[in-house]
Design a protein around this ligand. Structure first.
Ligand code: HEC
Ligand code: HEC
Length: 269
């Protein structure tokens, strides 16, 4: 009985052993096959390599440059957002006179700023700051503006607020002085040489856009130029170019007519 049990045990032991050996055999064979397969696969795909690697390399570079471009873009976007926020913050004080959207305020004598060319806005702010504009003893309104420009401590601040103004929507000013558009059109021919046929301005001639300015402001500036309140400061080179043009205009009616014609061009490109 005992022996038979021993035999039985040995048999099961043996079969276990052979199972183990068999398993090991299969296991190691698979492992070996796998290890052989790996380099083989490398060689196989290697025949494709020049293409494959180059393509993936190019893609990598493209991805990297896309990535870099995206980053630059994102950074530029962030800078833009910051500049916009700074400009908006700086414009808060301006809005009390020039309006929330730079549309101007007749009661406060503040002209529209929206729709004006950025280089001109910047130059006027510098002129006010440096006392080239807004220091003549009869320049009542310019004197109100000057301290505001002086609050813009440096050029970067000026650029920020100007960039903010530049993106404000343009509203066509409503005529208030009842000038004659047809008569104004005739006398505007002289002005068109510098300010453009639609009073859109011309950076090359330093002439600003006039088309979105309110008529009362246009007339007041023409009077200022004519009387020498504006355009007589020794450093006001552009103002000195404009002054003789205003002096050609016979009277206030001629100024009103021109302003009416200019207003008729509001919003023209
Ligand atoms: C207290 C009211 C007031 C505030 C605040 C004010 N301005 Fe003015 N601004 C004026 C007046 C008034 C004029 C017109 C001066 C004139 O008639 O000669 C003017 C003129 C200007 C001009 C010249 C426009 C042109 O067509 O030549 C610019 C540019 C300007 N302001 C920008 C600004 C900016 C930017 C701010 C804010 C930093 C600002 N202003 C704040 C009252 C103000
Ligand atoms: C020789 C070129 C030239 C001619 C012609 C000319 N202008 Fe000007 N005008 C200028 C320049 C330059 C300035 C800007 C002055 C400055 O930057 O301070 C200006 C400024 C002005 C301004 C002030 C704008 C503002 O926002 O404050 C008004 C208004 C104006 N011109 C109207 C006229 C009218 C009306 C005529 C025709 C009778 C005319 N100009 C003819 C060159 C000219």
């Amino acid at each position: 009985m005992n022996q038979s049990k021993d035999l039985k045990t040995r048999a099961s032991d043996e079969s276990f052993c052979s199972l183990l050996v068999g398993f090991n055999f299969i296991f190691f064979t698979c492992l070996l096959a796998f290890m052989l397969f790996l380099p083989l696969q490398a060689v196989l795909s290697g025949s494709d390599a020049p293409h494959g690697t180059d393509a993936s390399h190019d893609e990598g570079v493209a991805d990297a440059s896309h990535g870099a471009a995206a980053e630059v873009h994102a950074a530029a976007g962030a800078v833009e957002t910051i500049t916009h926020a700074a400009g908006k913050a700086a414009y808060m004080v301006c809005s009390t006179c020039h309006g929330a959207e730079g549309e101007g305020n007749t009661a406060l004598n503040a002209p529209a700023l929206a729709g004006q060319q950025d280089w001109y806005l910047k130059r006027q702010l510098i002129k006010y700051k440096d006392g080239v504009r807004g220091t003549h003893p009869d320049d009542i309104y310019g004197m109100q503006m000057r301290p505001m420009a002086m609050m813009l401590t440096d050029e970067a601040k000026i650029d920020e607020v100007v960039a903010y103004i530049a993106q404000l929507p343009v509203t066509a000013p409503l005529p208030t002085l009842g000038g004659d558009v047809a008569k104004g059109a005739a006398s505007y021919a002289l002005c068109a040489a510098c300010h453009g046929p639609d009073a859109e301005g011309n950076v090359l001639l330093n002439a600003p856009a006039l088309q979105n300015l309110p008529d009362w402001y246009i007339v007041r500036q023409l009077q200022n130029y004519k009387s020498g309140v504006r355009g007589t400061h020794p450093k006001d080179i552009e103002g000195m170019q404009m002054r003789p043009m205003a002096m050609v205009l016979a009277d206030e009616q001629a100024m009103k007519d021109i302003a009416a014609f200019i207003n008729s061009k509001a919003g023209a490109e």
